[in-house]
Design a protein around this ligand. Sequence first.
Ligand code: NOJ
Length: 715
Amino acid sequence: MSSWTEKEEPTLTALLSRMTLEEKIGQLVQLPPKGDFLDHELKTLIEKGHVGSFLNISDPEQIKEAQEISLRKSRLKIPLLFAFDVLHGFKTLFPIPLALASSMDPSLVEKVARGSAQEARSYGIHWTFAPMLDITRDPRWGRVAECPGEDPYLASLLCAGWIKGFQGDALSSSSFLASCPKHFVGYGAVEGGRDYNSVNLSLKQLKEIYLVPFLEAFKTGSFSTMAAFVAINGLPPAANPNLLKDLLRKEIGFKGPVISDWNAVKELVHHGIAENEKEAVQIAINSGIDIDMASGLYLKYLKELVLEGKVQIDTIDQAVLRVLSLKHKLGLFSGRSSQMEPNKENLQAIIKTNRELALEAAINSVVLLKNENALLPLSPSIRTIALIGPFSTEQKEHLGPWPGIGDPQQVVSLAEGMKAHAPLGVKIAVARGCDFFTSSQEELRQALEMAKKAEVIIVAVGEKASMSGEAASRAFLELPKAQQKLIDILLQIGIPVIMVVFSGRPLDLSPFFYRVKGIIQAWFLGSETGNALGRILFGFSNPSGKLPMSFPRSVGQIPIYYSHLPTGRPSGWSIPSTGYLDQKISPLFPFGYGLSYTRFHYGFPTLNHTKIGLDDVLEVYVEIENSGEKAGEEIVQLYIRDAVASISRPLKELKGVKKIFLNPGEKQKLKFSLFPSDFAFVDFEGKRKIEGGRFFLWVGPNAVEGKKVQFELAW
Ligand code: NOJ
């Protein structure tokens, strides 16, 4: 393949100066494949240099062919860039992002991102549209599956892992991907949890909550970002220079390219912001959208707009330089074909390592929500187990939303995983009992007969993968009716029932919480689902995941999140108070919640100072003891509350997370360091400020429990 060689590697400005206007615009055009992809029209566009990148192509042969046309036949031989949504794996599927967030472990997230990058890059992909950093407090929104949850601190902690893992230290090596944190910024607050709906946020909320993980992503060195396609305070980012220019470029100083979301430029017409497609293009490029994803409208109208003087050539040049710079950072101009082309040389070894990693990640993503009388792990004295439910033998659904090119046949089902880990001689009888949405009398009868002979029933239920992810909002969060009926019937037998719940979001588990003996929240765990759950059910692994989102008792409680503000009439006071007549205000399971097969005892936190100044570091020490009988990991969480401030502050805010492993009887003293900036908040003008005064601090196992101390910030 002819291409630039290291010697002739161009300076980007020199390259820019040789480009025609059409070639420049081409770099700002990203297209999806057509039916048979390289049709005549697309081949011609590549040859002419009128397209700079493609998305959603995963066939290495097609990638190679397209790249060859660009490098052989186009005038300037500028390599193409191939992008893909590598959200939680490519060929090997890891737990969905919300599940992985339950591990609260940035180093695990980093390993997962690296493993995903290696697989994708070997297929010729250079750029992932990930991580998704939208903070979300509404489980009706299907895209919660793709996010790190409700909390900006946790999202920031994990986001650094994602960016480092995808991009590696040297982006130009041939096993990393450019990251693209998305969707800048506020998409997670869509009204009513309805996907694509409008967002209304104050500047204070935007900066204090939704922007926080993006700041961390940019600080960590993310190379690009994607603008949200929803309207935020009446303006989609593609039409909002205050967001993309003033905030992103000037205030934050972000230098990488900004890509629109799918068709977002065209949708400015639907939003009622642009009269027609041409005006949409004018608005989008002038607002700061460098690359037009999918709509093809930059290709159609941008030249005309430049010639008419409605778009300045400097605007185009700056955008093109950002795209070329991304290609350069990815090593695409280096002349080494391994950088550009698919290279499946080590793929088998990568996949092997990734399967091991997928198992580790899945185990760490599982959250144990209930375990009455320590029924779990299943005792070896239990000799007959009934595994029932539509997820018992399921493979495909475990790939979750955005399944990359994952092969369902390669997924270990729950039945397979349980059989592989059950003690010798234990009988596991398996029946689906019902389908995801329907059941027949015969299926139910068979399951019932089988269940009656067992000592314990594992019921594997939940949402289909397509019920979460994009365009998958739900107004009801209960299990599908057929599955509810199945559990009801099984509960009537009187044998202990343990629920294993698969979902891309917090579901409403209230109808069964008091009636089943155990609940395992399994999310969508990816390729190694069955093995991870088999290990956990039979006690080879001890669950340690903690919830990254609050689980509501009912849909009426939404939005629900732990860090809400105090009110003048707190719940629990005499009526009238901030509550419901017909529902508690507390969640069924709070943020940060998750059980273990062992017990952890938390000591009282001690502080190096009870009064700290602006130059001081607050050191917090706490001793954690494994007071149970099994070795296990615990995710220790530190929360603060600013007791009195000029603007009311949340009742709790997460400011520290540490994961520790302890053997039975073992103790460990942990140290957290907090800096004055950790106590800052955003005022109505969007400025961060620190105010002195009294603070509370808790260290505990979740957002509700924890031992409390007090300190003062004074200067
Ligand atoms: C639309 C989604 O909103 C975005 O997250 C994704 O990256 C693009 N489609 C491309 O698939």
